[in-house]
Design a protein around this ligand. Structure first.
Ligand code: ZN
Length: 330
């Protein structure tokens, strides 16, 4: 998992109020048997779940201390009283056998702690029979068992399971929080690169980490930057060349359209609030286009996204998209 390699201490960088509430519930003796942490993908729910488990099992006053024997065992994935489901992801990927194993294990007393904790990420991936099996243990859990589920949304978890969990939403981070976290995790990366990815990640740290570490993603970001230069310079040829390069795959084209939309939206936000972006290209875009032109470009991008999703010919799509953007900015 990327988050463990780049965040070896499993630090949680945002949602400070939620984090404090959870750790306070440990010292205040108000722990519940089941929690659901929900929010968009890659936002840090698993990191928070593990951080919370560390705090519950931690032996020091400052929880989690990251240095006691219990914290260290969790960091090295070696704690006998913490189970972390790391199986397949995707719809119906969590089968009843996994939940049966958890149930069986939960009735055996903890090895060395007061609690036995089970983290099940992506609870929305449970099959119906798995969710029903899970419900049984949630209805009558052993006193020492504690379950932490994560999900993309509240609605994606069966109502019966949801009703037995205390649920908390995990929110996106601020740009400043993303910059702080990335700077700590990637001390060798240039600060302008970190700021740029923090800004376009929309507060999603996992996404920002992908930008920084995935070369194919980096290539797409570079291509998007060139396309934006084509818009700034009103050069139809450059714009078309970039879109033609991206259109070899629908997924690549969708990513590029998302990227272009984020950049244009950022330029609009700065123009509306009469501020200048620290990103030179976003500032240049805001300078060269009017608000109406940027809005028209965003509309065109949005329409082409529907086109990609409804299987239009990709060559035709990049030609049309170029023509419509050129029309919008002239
Ligand atoms: Zn500790």
């Amino acid at each position: 998992m990327a988050e463990i390699e780049v965040n070896p201490k499993n630090k949680f960088y945002s949602n400070k109020a939620l984090h404090k509430m959870l750790t306070d519930s440990i010292t205040g003796g108000r722990l519940c048997h089941a929690y659901l942490l929900y929010g968009q993908k890659s936002i840090g729910k698993k990191t928070l779940a593990k951080n919370f488990a560390m705090a519950i099992l931690c032996k020091n006053d400052e929880k989690p201390c990251f240095c006691c024997s219990s914290c260290n065992k969790i960091l090295s994935k070696n704690h006998p009283d913490l189970f972390f489901y790391e199986g397949k992801q995707g719809k119906n990927a969590i089968h009843i056998e996994t939940i049966r194993d958890i149930r069986q294990d939960a009735y055996i007393r903890p090895n060395e702690s007061d609690y036995k904790i089970y983290i099940v990420p992506n609870a929305q991936d449970m099959t119906i029979s798995a969710a029903n099996a899970f419900l049984k243990i949630l209805e009558e859990p052993p006193p020492y068992a504690l379950f932490i589920l994560t999900a993309d949304s509240k609605q994606s978890v069966p109502e019966t399971v949801l009703s037995r969990c205390i649920s908390y939403e995990v929110f996106p981070m601020t740009v400043e929080e993303v910059i702080f976290a990335l700077t700590e995790m990637f001390p060798d990366k240039p600060s302008d690169e970190i700021s740029r990815f923090a800004e376009i990640s929309n507060g999603n740290l996992g996404r920002a980490i992908d930008f920084l570490t995935d070369t194919s993603y980096n290539e797409m970001v570079e291509l998007s930057r060139k396309a934006i230069n084509g818009i700034i310079n009103k050069c139809e040829y450059d714009l078309l060349a970039c879109l033609n390069k991206a259109n070899s795959s629908r997924a690549g084209m969708l990513e590029m359209i998302t990227e272009l939309s984020v950049i244009v939206r950022n330029a609009m936000i700065h123009k509306l609030s009469v501020t200048i972006s620290s990103d030179e290209q976003i500032a240049a875009l805001g300078y060269s286009l009017t608000l109406q032109q940027m809005k028209d470009v965003l509309d065109v991008l949005e329409k082409s996204r529907h086109g990609i999703e409804s299987n239009v010919n990709m060559g035709l799509l990049s030609n049309n998209l170029t023509a419509l953007i050129v029309k919008a900015i002239n």
